[in-house]
Design a protein. Structure first.
Length: 187
């Protein structure tokens, strides 16, 4: 992703200082990394400039689950990856995280999870733009005669942009489906 990585802010949250510092060291070359050593500190550090939060579940005072709920309630707009030694159980069904990694987590897994979330975030933005353009096209098609629509450079530009976005979205969906297909073949 290149330049997008340079602009990506990752907040590492873990009450185990050595673990948090290790994740920070593994990520700081590619991302702008902030580190919080507990739930309260995480809530002070998270804002709309944070793109991805790597969040431990088991922490004293304020657990990762509580931090996750508050991040979701604030609607900060970041994506949360739980990074924890806690085995997933039925309680995860209602938890608003985007990914769940079980410790120990190596550098490659951290980077892969972050890259997946950056791709998903970009996909969300493209979907929003695609829907906006198609709404405009639909409204204009209801109000204007076909000949006027065909003669309008602006309409042709947004139709072309919508088509390009549709192709990009189709390609991205295929990329997301490939790992799932590979997983299902294993099981």
């Amino acid at each position: 992703m290149g330049a997008a990585e340079d602009d990506t802010t990752v907040l590492v949250v873990d009450d185990e200082t050595a673990v948090a510092d290790a994740y920070t060291a593994q990520l700081q070359r590619e991302y702008d990394v902030r580190t919080a050593y507990g739930g309260e500190e995480a809530l002070e550090a998270v804002d709309d400039t944070v793109d991805i939060v790597l969040l431990d579940r088991r922490m004293p005072v304020k657990s990762g689950d509580e931090v996750l709920d508050e991040i979701h309630e604030r609607d900060v707009g970041c994506r949360v990856i739980m990074v924890t030694a806690v085995d997933p159980d039925f309680d995860i069904v209602d938890m608003p995280f985007e990914d769940y990694l079980q410790k120990p987590v190596d550098r490659e897994d951290l980077h892969g999870a972050i890259q997946d979330q950056l791709a998903a975030s970009e996909y969300d933005e493209q979907v929003d733009e695609y829907l906006e353009l198609n709404t405009k096209i639909g409204l204009l098609e209801e109000e204007k005669p076909t000949q006027e629509l065909e003669e309008s450079e602006d309409v042709q530009e947004i139709k072309e942009r919508a088509e390009t976005l549709k192709d990009d979205l189709d390609e991205t969906v295929m990329e997301f489906d490939e790992p799932a297909d590979a997983f299902h073949k294993l099981v």
